[in-house]
Design a protein around this ligand. Structure first.
Ligand SMILES: Nc1ncnc2c1ncn2[C@@H]1O[C@H](COP(=O)(O)OP(=O)(O)OP(=O)(O)O)[C@@H](O)[C@H]1O
Length: 250
């Protein structure tokens, strides 16, 4: 499979000279303060709009020059907010994730939606209207729609933000399993504990710039977080096979 390569991405003062690569089989987590440019980066990686300078390439193609269908076969994008233009059945919303394969596949996808809904723990919601979902349920169904696209690359803007602790762990565990099965996944997260436990590497943003890239050792995260978020973090060493804990100090 093919790598996604972004070079010199600049968009007004929201994003400055960003370099980013996403390879098949890895789970990259992007962190940074509110307004630091994470969503701006994700949108450009997903080919939503053109940068002022720089470009995003996949297999030699500038992704902004691909048709929406060609792009959707290569990458699936979960925006930070899921807008529902009008209410539809949950199963239909998930099936729409297959639009890149044509109308027949969307219809066939409707029969298969149980698989992707099951993957996010929402099989029981298939017949509900999207208008009736809780915030977290809607976020999970939107993730199921992204899974339905079966694209080699997933770009997920805060896939865990609306979720309770159990579902955060379940979703991150699924993302790890998908990356191990070959998908390349980039996910924006605010929870440094989730980043520490599930990411292969962490990309740190501040003031519109990618300021560093790190491994996921808690001590490394604590030192980067001090620079990027201006917070002190206490690292509680893991015992008996448990992961270390990160505690943000007041
Ligand atoms: N369409 C726009 N026009 C003007 N400024 C914008 C626009 N979109 C985003 N911005 C600004 O660009 C900066 C980066 O926004 P972005 O949404 O990329 O941040 P973020 O890191 O994803 O933040 P958050 O963690 O709050 O979601 C912010 O200051 C935001 O107000």
């Amino acid at each position: 499979m093919t790598e996604l390569i972004a070079k010199g991405l600049t968009l007004a003062d929201r994003l400055v000279d960003a370099e980013f690569r996403l390879s098949p089989g890895e789970l990259v987590v992007i962190v940074g303060p509110n307004g630091s440019g994470k969503s701006s980066l994700m949108r450009l990686l997903a080919g939503q709009g053109r940068p002022d300078s720089g470009a995003v390439h996949w297999g030699g193609h500038d992704i902004t020059r691909l048709s929406p269908i060609e792009r959707a076969r290569r990458l699936a994008y979960l925006p930070q907010r899921t807008e529902i233009a009008w209410p539809i059945a949950v199963a239909d919303m998930v099936a729409l994730g297959r639009f890149a394969f044509g109308g027949g596949e969307v219809a066939r996808g409707a029969d298969e939606t149980a698989r992707w809904l099951d993957e996010v723990g929402c099989a029981a919601l298939a017949r509900r209207s999207t208008a009736t979902l809780s915030g977290g349920e809607l976020a999970l169904v939107a993730l199921a729609r992204v899974f339905a696209a079966e694209a080699p690359l997933l770009l997920l803007d805060e896939p865990a933000a609306a979720l309770d602790p159990r579902r955060q762990i379940d979703v991150m565990t699924r993302l790890v399993a998908r990356s191990r099965a070959g998908q390349g996944i980039a996910a924006v997260l605010h929870d440094l504990n989730l980043a520490a436990q599930f990411a292969d590497r962490i990309v740190w943003m501040k003031d519109g710039r990618i300021v560093s890239e790190s491994r996921t050792d808690p001590s490394v995260i604590a030192s980067r977080a001090a620079d990027v978020f201006d917070v002190a973090i206490h690292v509680e060493p893991g015992m008996g096979g448990h992961a270390s804990g990160l505690y943000i100090k007041r």
